[in-house]
Write a protein that binds this ligand. Structure first.
Ligand code: DGT
Ligand code: MG
Ligand code: MG
Ligand code: MG
Ligand code: MG
Length: 261
């Protein structure tokens, strides 16, 4: 093709590669393809099927393990969607968007299918098999984005009758590496038994991190920081159903946003 009249084709191939902005969080959002149909076909309970959500969570945990501890910082899931936040410093695939998105979607789908019988022992997987789409966004600030997502999902998509539902249904699922041994579903994260209006207002407000990266690392030498980051990369991956909008979630887990590799 070189030096031929078709050489112009190369131009389009090259311009196809997007490198995501360095030193920003990468958010990879995956979403079940035609899950309206898929959920009916597999008799998911309405509106929330604990088996289906637990399977989503398990597939998300598998993404953490498959990619290793230095890639995904935190993930948030609800319904047929999961958002994976990659660490700012992540340099996997030179931050090429298509490689990152296709890899996460592929890992997630593979585990969703292979783990299916564990969560749906009496419900064989039917065709069309489950598939997911994916897209990437690069974000300077993380918390506002998650707040927006959650706000949108909870209020505009599902309505407001969520105060009486199970934690997993109301709050979605958050997946992260538990470096700091935060007590499971700690009380502060749960104190949100408010009326719909005040909660709605709170969710609409953009939350800002209350600990700066400098503060979180205060008094630590570079080598100490590196040691901690290494330990963090091996820490256990946990699933919680807690409020991620409030500052307390982030204050108690400063390593999620602030620890650098
Ligand atoms: P898409 O994403 O454009 O390919 O199309 P859908 O059909 O996946 O639409 P989407 O993602 O906006 O909505 C998710 C669908 O999945 C929605 O119809 C509800 C269904 N779904 C998700 N989780 C559950 C569940 O736990 N139980 C039931 N019954 N349905 C669920
Ligand atoms: Mg969709
Ligand atoms: Mg979908
Ligand atoms: Mg969806
Ligand atoms: Mg290859």
């Amino acid at each position: 093709m070189a030096n031929s009249k078709f050489e112009y084709v190369r131009h389009f191939e090259l311009s196809n590669t997007t490198y995501l902005l360095p030193n920003t969080y990468i958010i990879i959002r995956i979403d079940g393809r035609s899950f309206h149909r898929f959920s009916t076909l597999h008799s998911f309970t309405k509106p929330n099927d604990p088996r289906a959500l637990s399977l989503m969570n398990a597939a998300a945990v598998s993404v953490f393990h498959d990619l290793g501890g230095e890639v995904v910082s935190i993930a948030y899931g609800v319904s047929d969607e999961f958002s994976f936040i990659l660490r700012k410093e992540c340099n996997l695939f030179d931050r090429r968007e298509s490689k990152l998105v296709s890899t996460v979607v592929s890992i997630f789908t593979a585990y969703y299918i292979s783990l299916w019988p564990k969560y749906f022992p009496s419900q064989p997987l039917q065709r069309p098999l489950p598939t997911f789409d994916g897209r990437a966004e690069a974000e300077k600030e993380l918390m506002g984005t998650l707040a927006k997502d959650k706000n949108e999902i909870l209020w505009s998509r599902f309505g407001i009758n969520y105060n009486n539902e199970e934690e997993m249904f109301r709050k979605g699922s958050v997946v992260y590496r538990n470096y700091g041994a935060v007590p499971e579903s700690s009380a502060d994260d749960k104190t949100d038994e408010k009326d719909d209006d005040s909660e709605k207002k709170e969710m609409a407000a953009e939350t800002k991190p209350t600990i700066s990266p400098a503060e979180a690392q205060k008094g630590k030498s570079r080598s100490q920081q590196k040691r901690e980051a290494k330990k963090l990369a091996k820490a256990e991956v946990v699933i919680e159903h807690v409020d991620i909008i409030k500052d307390t979630f982030w204050q108690k887990r400063p390593w999620i946003l602030h620890w650098t590799l």
